[in-house]
Write a protein that binds this ligand. Structure first.
Ligand SMILES: [Zn+2]
Length: 375
C-alpha cells in the first residue's frame, strides 16, 4: 500500500494551527496565507532547502512562519506552534481541526505522485476531460467559451460544464430558462471545426431526504447529471439512506464530492460507505474524486474501498476559474495512490463509450437495474 510522506502538508497544517491560535485577525490571516503558500508550492520544502542551502524567499512566508518550517524539518513538529496553542486556550478546537486534514495532499505531493514511475496509471496524458466545472452561469467566473478553449489547451477530447441547479440558490443555481440559454452558448462553443466536445451537465443538489432539485423531465435535458450534498455536512448522525436514495435516482450518473468535507474545517456526511459504494456499483453510478485542494473528496484511502466495491470513478477539478482546471491533477494523484485502473474511470474513456454510459449505464454494468428514463 502506497504511503505518502508530505512535508509541505505537515508544515501547512502547523501554520494553520498557528493561525487559529491567534487573537488578532491580521495575524490569523497572515498565517493562513503562509499555509496556503506552502501547500501550493510545486517542490517539497526539504528539496528547496537542499538545493539552496537555506529556506529561499517565498511570497507569504515571514520570519514567524520560517521558524515553524525550521522546527518541522528538524523534529516533525513545532514547539513554537504548541506554545501558541496552549497560550490561546483554543487547543480543543485546533485538535479537532487536526483530525479533519487526514489524507490531504499538498501540490508538491500531487506532482510527485503524478511523476512516480512505480505507478503506471491513470496518467495525466491519457485523461480525456473534466466532468465537473462551473461557469458564469452559476458560481464560476469563466464564460462557456473560455472553459472550452482552456480545456482544449490542456489537450482534453471533451469536458462537461456542470453549473449548479436552481435548488442551490446560495451558489447562483441556474433556472431551467437559463439552462436553455446556456445550451445555446455550449452549441456555439462546439460549432468550430475542432473535434473537442463540450457537454452540458448539471450539479444537482441532494436534499435532506435524498431527492434532487430537478424533476425527471428537467434532468433529461442535461447530458450528464451529477448529484452532490451541500447541506447537513457537519452532523454526527448517519446519512447513508440520503446518499443511497440519490444514487437510486435514474438520472444520476456521478455522485460528486460524496462527503462534502473541507480540509481542517468539516468532516462532511457520515455514512456507511460500503453500502453507498455497493449501491453505486450496482447502478453504474460513478463515484467522484473531486480535485479541489480543499475538498480532495474521496481521498485515496476511501477510494480504495469504492474500488473494492466495484465502483466506476469520475476524476474532476470542480474548477470555478480556468486556472483551477489543474485541480484535476489532484484527483488523478488520489486515483493513482488508490490503484484505480484507467478503465474504471469514465474520464479515461473515448467519447463514444462515455456517451453510451451516460445514455444507459447498462452499457457498462450489464443487468444493472437502472431504468433509462430519457428516450
Ligand atoms: Zn458542489
Amino acid at each position: 500500500m502506497t504511503q505518502v510522506f508530505d512535508i509541505n502538508a505537515v508544515v501547512g497544517g502547523l501554520l494553520r494551527d498557528l493561525a487559529f491560535a491567534q487573537t488578532l485577525q491580521p495575524k490569523m490571516f497572515g498565517y493562513k496565507r503562509a499555509a496556503a503558500a506552502v501547500l501550493a508550492l510545486d517542490t517539497p520544502l526539504t528539496e528547496l532547502i537542499a538545493a539552496e542551502g537555506a529556506l529561499p524567499k517565498i511570497a507569504g512566508i515571514g520570519p514567524g512562519s520560517a521558524r515553524v518550517i525550521q522546527e518541522a524539518l528538524e523534529t516533525g513538529e513545532s514547539a513554537t506552534v504548541e506554545r501558541a496553542i496552549d497560550a490561546s486556550g483554543n487547543r480543543a478546537d485546533i485538535e479537532r481541526r487536526r483530525t479533519l486534514r487526514v489524507n490531504f495532499l499538498s501540490r508538491a505531493a500531487v506532482l510527485r505522485v503524478l511523476r512516480d514511475p512505480s505507478i503506471a496509471e491513470p496518467t495525466l496524458t491519457d485523461y480525456g476531460g473534466d466532468l465537473q466545472m462551473h461557469s458564469e452561469w452559476s458560481d464560476g467566473s469563466p464564460t462557456v467559451e473560455e472553459i472550452a478553449r482552456a480545456c482544449e489547451a490542456r489537450g482534453y477530447a471533451y469536458a462537461a460544464i456542470t453549473d449548479h441547479s436552481y435548488g442551490l440558490k446560495i451558489a447562483g443555481g441556474m433556472s431551467m430558462q437559463e439552462a436553455a440559454d446556456q445550451r445555446q452558448a455550449i452549441n456555439r462553443a462546439n460549432g468550430g471545426a475542432n473535434a473537442f466536445r463540450l457537454l452540458q451537465g448539471i450539479e444537482a443538489n441532494i436534499g435532506a431526504d435524498g431527492q434532487l432539485d430537478l424533476t425527471p423531465d428537467e434532468a433529461c435535458t442535461f447530458e450528464v447529471v451529477l448529484a452532490a450534498p451541500h447541506s447537513r455536512l457537519r452532523r454526527a448522525e448517519d446519512q447513508t439512506e440520503r446518499l443511497i436514495i440519490a444514487v437510486h435516482n435514474p438520472a444520476v450518473r456521478i455522485l460528486a464530492h460524496p462527503r462534502g468535507r473541507i480540509t481542517g474545517s468539516r468532516a462532511g456526511v457520515v455514512a456507511d460507505w460500503r453500502r453507498v459504494f455497493a449501491t453505486a456499483a450496482g447502478f453504474g453510478v460513478a463515484i467522484e474524486i473531486d480535485g479541489d485542494p480543499a475538498r480532495q473528496d474521496l481521498d485515496y484511502v476511501l477510494a480504495r474501498s469504492a474500488l473494492a466495491a466495484g465502483c466506476l470513478f469520475a476524476l474532476d477539478s470542480d474548477a470555478h476559474a480556468t486556472d483551477q482546471l489543474a485541480y484535476a491533477e489532484t484527483a488523478i494523484a488520489h486515483a493513482r495512490l488508490a490503484g484505480i485502473p484507467a478503465d474504471r474511470i469514465v474520464n479515461y474513456w473515448p467519447l463514444d463509450r462515455l456517451l453510451n454510459w451516460l445514455a444507459d449505464p447498462q452499457s457498462e454494468i450489464p443487468g444493472s437495474k437502472q431504468e433509462t428514463p430519457c428516450q
